[in-house]
Design a protein around this ligand. Structure first.
Ligand SMILES: [Mg+2]
Length: 284
């Protein structure tokens, strides 16, 4: 089966030295708002639509009109390149360890297709990625300028994958790779696979409690990633689902779509959901 692998940007492919936060702070000041607005809320893992709305509310005590949102976005995108350059010059711009090797390998695989699923504006994502030289690995993407909810952004990435592959999403498996629990939650909202790189901006406890199928320090050891993606056979000969999540398989099939869940037809999956509901006493 074809595989679509969706990568988050910040903390997953690169760490861009906080250039997005700094550019948004500066854009709000140019808009007549107070300094350091991003100290008032957490940006990581949220979409730019959500972050810009929250920055505006913190600064001006109301939600921006669409015209104001677009003006703030324009200012941000004007400022962002200088902040990206500053991060590179100050050596605060880093690629996540091993990411280039993994992307190179994945892009050489038949029936594997790479896309972005990032909260950044599309223009912002490519500005942040530019110094890494990684942009060319991605053929499509979902971006956070149009969506407040990360799960809606992920779904737009899957729609773009359908257009690119010229097929429906039930003809491919979707794997989401990110660095915060919001990546996991957004993937699970649709029953997609979720893998987490710990080298980014996530909180270890929050990540573990959201139970992604795979947590790995970075990409320098490709083996756990390739096992999870089903691109390599498990050296111990253990079934993939139970190897990564060694507790009740039926719960994982339901919540995480790992192992058997990913191989069920929609009809079988519905039957399994009903069975779980009955077991939990929600249905007679
Ligand atoms: Mg991230």
């Amino acid at each position: 089966m074809k595989k679509v692998i969706l990568f988050d940007v910040d903390g997953t492919l690169v760490k861009a030295g906080g250039c997005g936060l700094k550019a948004l702070n500066r854009a709000v000041v140019e808009f007549g708002g107070p300094d350091n607005i991003c100290s008032k809320f957490e940006l990581q893992g949220s979409t730019d639509r959500d972050n810009f709305n929250r920055a505006f509310i913190c600064a001006f005590k109301r939600k921006p009109k669409e015209k104001e949102f677009l003006k703030l976005k324009k200012k941000y995108l004007e400022i962002l390149p200088s902040e990206v350059n500053a991060a590179v010059n100050n050596k605060r711009y880093l690629k996540i360890k091993g990411v280039e090797k993994l992307l190179k390998f994945l892009s050489s695989q038949k029936d594997v297709f790479l896309g972005l699923a990032t909260g950044n504006f599309q223009e912002g994502a490519y500005l942040k990625l530019a110094p890494s030289g990684l942009s060319h690995y991605f053929s499509f993407g979902g971006f956070g300028g149009d969506y407040e909810k990360r799960e809606d952004m992920i779904e737009s990435a899957v729609r773009e994958a359908e257009k690119f592959l010229k097929c429906r999403s039930d003809e491919f498996q979707v794997y989401v790779i990110g660095d915060t629990e919001k990546d996991v939650q957004a993937a699970k909202a649709h029953g997609y696979h979720s893998g987490i790189v710990m080298d980014g901006f996530g909180h270890p406890e929050r990540l573990r409690s959201n139970a992604p199928e795979l947590i790995s320090d970075n990409f320098s050891d490709m083996l756990p990633w390739l096992l999870w993606l089903g691109l390599k056979k498990d050296p111990k000969g253990v079934a993939r689902g139970s190897y990564i999540c060694p507790d009740t398989p039926i719960e994982h099939a339901y919540y995480g779509m790992t192992g058997i869940g990913s191989f069920l037809s929609p009809k079988d999956f519905k039957e399994m959901e009903d069975m779980i509901d009955r077991a939990k006493g929600r249905k007679q």
